[in-house]
Write a protein that binds this ligand. Structure first.
Ligand code: URA
Length: 193
């Protein structure tokens, strides 16, 4: 992967026809944010507003995500945010396993380029993509998992919090746990403090 660059990633995503999702979209949504951030956030896939703007997490779920980050004093522009799939699935359905698999090359390029130390997995699709298809978000949520030196925390997807407010206290616990991990790794004060 030595010749991978952010420009190449962008070009690959824009040209990608590895699954059929590209057929029904307005814009590809590669992801955006601080390319030197130690913290990466991975969601599921673009929704309607993301598809219109070509940017990840700009709709209602994205606005909630911004508030969750600022609740632990993380400015959103200081993290890198992307999704498992870069094209909006029709009617916002969950991406199919073969669509996730086809798009995996882009997520791999992103993690290779960013080399994050901490990854927040937003929802079941991100947890399955990172931890395996048999992963259940209800079982792994809030538990830190270390893989190849990278710390990963599965949490609820912000859309799930919008649908079910009763999940918010657990999500808040996860955000505090994220802050603590960043502090332990000396990433919080140096970079976000
Ligand atoms: N939901 C996601 O998973 N990703 C987005 O970018 C927006 C909503």
């Amino acid at each position: 992967m030595a010749d991978i660059t952010w420009d190449l990633l962008e070009t690959q995503v824009q040209r990608c026809q590895l699954c059929s999702l590209y057929k029904g979209i307005h814009h590809k949504v590669p992801g955006q944010g601080d390319r030197s951030a130690p913290l990466m956030l991975i969601g599921e896939g673009p929704g309607r507003e993301e598809d219109e703007q070509g940017l990840a997490f700009v709709g209602a779920a994205g606005q909630l995500l911004t508030r969750m980050l600022s609740a632990i004093s993380l400015p959103r522009e200081r993290v890198y945010i992307c999704n498992v799939v870069k094209c909006r699935p029709p009617q916002n359905r969950t991406p199919l396993p073969e669509e996730m698999e086809a798009c995996r090359i882009h997520l791999r390029m992103q993690t290779w380029l960013l080399r994050p130390q901490v990854i927040l997995l937003l929802g079941a699709t991100a947890a399955k993509a990172a931890l395996g298809p048999d992963t259940y978000i209800t079982r792994v949520r809030g538990k830190w998992i270390e893989k190849n030196g990278v710390w990963m925390l599965p949490t609820f997807h912000p859309s799930a919090l919008l649908r079910d407010e009763s999940k918010k206290p657990l999500a808040w616990e996860d955000m505090k746990s994220l802050r603590q991990k960043l502090q332990e790794l000396h990433l919080y004060e140096d970079i976000y403090g």
